[in-house]
Structures are given as C-alpha cells and as structure tokens.
Design a protein around this ligand. Structure first.
Ligand code: HEC
Ligand code: HEC
Length: 338
C-alpha cells in the first residue's frame, strides 16, 4: 500500500546534501589556522561555528520530521486495516448467533425456519452487495445498514436496531454491514485466514457438530414431480434461481420459498400472464425491455442495469450460461401448466 512520496523524497535528498555540505565545511573550519593562537576559538571563528551548528541541527530536525512523514500514511493505512479486520470479526460473531438460521451458514440463503408457506431468505454473499466504486459503495452501505436496522416490515426480516426496539447497537449493525460488504476479502478469524463466509460456515458447522444449533435448511427440489419433468437446462435454471436467491424478491411458481414481493410475480396471477408471455418487461405491461425469447430474457437476467439503468433489479453477476438456464426455466412456465 505504501506509495513513494516524490516531493518528500526530493526534499530529503536536498536536506541530506545541505547536511553533508555543512559537515564538510565544519570539518575544514575545525582545523585551526597555522597562525591561530592555542585555546578556544574567539571572534568570527566562534560565530562561524555556532552558525554551522545551528544549520546542521535544523537540517537534521527537518530530516527527522520528513522520515516521520514517510512512515505516517503507511502506519495509518495499517491501523485502518486492523480496525476493519476487528469489525469484520465481530460481524462474524453476530451473524453466527443471529442471522444464519435464515440467511444460511455461509450466507448462501436458506429456508426461513417455521415459515409456512415456505419462504427463502436471500443470499447475502452476493457480489452486488459489495460494489467497488466509492459512490455505489456508500449507497450500498446505507441500504444494508438500514435494512438490518429497520428490518423489512411485512417480511420475516426482523428489526434489529435498538432505536426501533431491536437488540443491536448501531456499532454492531456497522460491523455486520462491513462483513457483508467485504464478503470476498481474506480476513483472520481466530488465527485462521479465509473469507468471512468461510469463517461463518466453520463456526456453524462446529456448533452443529456440538449439538448446539441446527444446520439451516436448504430447499430440496430434485425429488419433486415438476422438477423431474424439466429438461436438463431448465433443471439447471431451477438450481440457479435457488442459488441466486431470485425468490427472495420474486414469487416464482414451484420454486420452494420463492414468495418475494420486492419484484414482480413471475408466474401467472390475477390478469397477468407468466413472464414467458409478457412481450415487454420491467415492468409489464408498460415496460421498456423486449422479451420475446429465452435469449431476450437471459439478457435482462444477466444485466438488468444495462437495459434499464437504475432499475431496482440488481445485476447479480450470472454467467451467460446461468442466465440462459434461468430464462429457460421461466419460459417453461405457461398458463396451461398452472
Ligand atoms: C427470521 C429470518 C431472518 C433473520 C433471523 C434475519 N433475516 Fe435478513 N432477511 C430475511 C428475509 C426473509 C429477507 C428478505 C426480505 C424481503 O423480502 O424484502 C431478509 C433480507 C435481508 C437483507 C436485504 C437483502 C437484500 O438484498 O435486499 C439483509 C442485508 C439482511 N436480511 C441482513 C440480515 C442480518 C445481518 C441478519 C442478522 C442480524 C438477518 N438479516 C437476520 C430473513 C431474516
Ligand atoms: C433484490 C431483488 C431482486 C432479485 C434478487 C432479483 N430480482 Fe428480478 N426484479 C426485481 C425488481 C425490483 C424488478 C422490477 C424491475 C423494473 O421494473 O425496473 C425485477 C424484474 C424482473 C423480471 C421482469 C419481470 C416483469 O414482468 O417485468 C424478471 C424476469 C426477473 N426480475 C427475473 C429475476 C431472476 C431470474 C432473478 C435471479 C437470477 C432475479 N430476478 C433476482 C428485483 C429482484
């Protein structure tokens, strides 16, 4: 992280030269003139020595300050990194006591315990929750912090902030937010290196082995009749939709726990046809994004922000393959099959 500070380096070299010149001159002045009387120097010679001493001291002091200035930014960065690591470690502690039953032992999402009908809590290990540019990061921090603090009324996501009657201090919510936003970073936790999600997974696995808690429940679809009737690509689509937590935001036919209400219902409902029969989406019927084929729909699923900048549907980082599979599953849902 340490970068070279060019002006400081030039100043340091210059000061060293001054110091060298002063010392060199001082060494010459120190040699008494052949005709000088014995004893301490007097008059102009004494004055000259004082000036030399003062100049040398000033140059040496300036050098010391510069040296400190060189170290200081590096020291600050190091201190900040340590502070961040400590916060993330505490976030891991809170997550593994409070959040894992719903969000999964490694933040991959899970079935909300005792939910009926089954409901999925979304994955929190998603790349879209850790944007890289500073502006988006600030906004995302705000969004995650407030979601944890206030919860989502009308959904199983509880209110956690003390100002809203929950158990967590702002500082603890900050730690959880930092952990989620640094989910792909290597951090030290109890002497082991790994991402925060590897650490939460280790903690929960150990607690399950000790009989303290139960492993969060993942939806099982492979044994269900609807799944067995799908082709391989559509089956892959079901897996993608489960893994990516689409059901945390969307209601999607047959997908266990997919009862979200943040985004449109993707199945047939009221007078709206299934998404495969909506020629314009985001949002049907007056949307601006064409949807006439699996191909069209895969483009939207892969990069909604490119097709409708600022849309509330996040770009989740799916590969072309995954997006096509998800779209293929959604296209398998027809009004007739419901
Ligand atoms: C009882 C289950 C449950 C628990 C416990 C829980 N959550 Fe949630 N959480 C949910 C559900 C369900 C949603 C999705 C809500 C919705 O549909 O808008 C959610 C949403 C979120 C979101 C927003 C995700 C997004 O992309 O919009 C964040 C962040 C979050 N939870 C963090 C946490 C943290 C941190 C904890 C622990 C302090 C926690 N949750 C505990 C069920 C839970
Ligand atoms: C954080 C919530 C969220 C997640 C996660 C999410 N979506 Fe969305 N989605 C939305 C919102 C909000 C819209 C409406 C966007 C608009 O109209 O601008 C939308 C729109 C859509 C539409 C268009 C529906 C219509 O009729 O307009 C499809 C299809 C869709 N999403 C599929 C998916 C799939 C597949 C996934 C998982 C890979 C997914 N979404 C994940 C929030 C989400």
């Amino acid at each position: 992280m340490e970068s070279i500070n060019v002006p400081a380096l030039i100043t340091a070299v210059f000061l060293l030269l001054v110091l060298g010149a002063v010392l060199w001159y001082a060494a010459r002045v120190a040699v008494p003139l052949p005709e000088a009387p014995a004893g301490p120097p007097t008059g102009a010679l004494a004055m000259e020595r004082k000036i030399i001493a003062i100049v040398a001291m000033l140059a040496a002091m300036a050098l010391l300050f510069l040296g400190y200035g060189f170290r200081e930014p590096a020291r600050q960065v190091q201190a900040q990194e340590q502070q961040l690591d400590t916060s993330i470690d505490r976030g891991i502690g809170s997550f593994t006591t409070l959040c894992f039953p719903c969000h999964g032992e490694k933040g991959q999402g899970a079935i909300v315990p005792d939910s009926n009908p089954q409901r999925l809590a979304p994955a929190l290990d998603r790349a879209d929750l850790r944007p890289t540019d500073a502006d988006t990061r600030t906004k995302e921090y705000d969004f995650i912090f407030k979601t944890i603090q206030r919860g989502r009324p009308g959904t199983p996501m509880p209110t956690w902030g003390q100002i809203d009657g929950g158990p967590l201090l702002d500082e603890q919510i900050n730690e959880l937010t930092l952990m989620i936003m640094n989910g792909d970073q290597q951090v030290d936790y109890e002497g082991k290196e790994g991402t925060p999600w590897q650490h939460t997974s280790d903690v929960i696995t150990a607690n399950v082995a000790a009989g303290l808690v139960q492993m969060p429940q993942q939806p099982d679809v492979t044994s269900q009749p609807f799944y067995q009737q799908l082709n391989a690509q559509q089956q892959q689509g079901v897996t993608v939709i489960l893994q990516r937590g689409c059901g945390g935001c969307h209601t999607i036919p047959n997908i266990p726990g997919a009862a979200g209400t943040i985004g449109p219902n993707l199945g047939p409902h009221d007078n709206v046809p299934p998404v495969s029969q909506r020629p314009m989406i985001a949002t049907y019927p007056n949307g601006t994004v064409p949807n006439n084929s699996v191909d069209d729909l895969s483009k939207w699923i892969m990069n909604p922000q490119a097709l409708k900048p600022g849309t509330a549907m996040p770009t989740l980082g799916l590969s072309q393959d995954e997006a096509t599979a998800a779209a293929a599953y959604l296209y398998s849902i027809t009004t007739a099959s419901q």
